[in-house]
Design a protein. Sequence first.
Length: 236
Amino acid sequence: QHLTSNCSNYNLPGVITGLSYSPNETLVYASSQNDNTIYAYNISDLSHHVQTYGGNSSSQASSRFSLNTPRKTVQDCQGGFWVADNLNYRLLHYPVNSNVSDIVLGQSDFNSNLPGISDRQFLFPTSIALDKNCTVMFVGDENRVLRFRAPFNNYSSAEGVLGFDRFTENNASSSSFNRIFSLNFEDFNNGSGRLYILDRGNNRIISGITTISTSTGSYPLSCSNSTSLLTSTQTC
């Protein structure tokens, strides 16, 4: 696999499973599956990486420093980023200018890596979409999409799920999802824009979802318990 820019190829070890950019578009992050590493490159000079994250090719032990089959990354508003750490069944957050993670979602601590299907656990997280205000985050987890709201703290609970009526369901079907591959927002800011879901197993891209399920019932996607997707000033 290669990272390509200006008609020049730069070798990266292993299969690349995710690419993302820093908010100011000065850095690009490439997730490498084979050596469980994320490589950061300066956009102005892609000939060598300037930082690495993870890199536990000889051991799959779960920790603040390790990754196991990292997938998509997404940058936050402070210059840090989130990564879907697929086979550690978690999301990790790295603060700006640090390769040591400071927040874990999906596990009770940084050394655990147990899969699960609940509002606090992941089965196979693959993709992340974060709104422009960095207040709402959607996570593609195998056959469902979980929604989290800031502040994001260790072992936070999701506030809603797309694709099912409850958090504990995950069966693939044409009426829900089948192996979600990617999530993306279309200019998602202040409640506008669409969430696009690449539903790989069903060979389709889904947008225009209008409802979300929570622990207390189903609500319009832009609202949850009389709280809008981005603020608490609007009501359903």
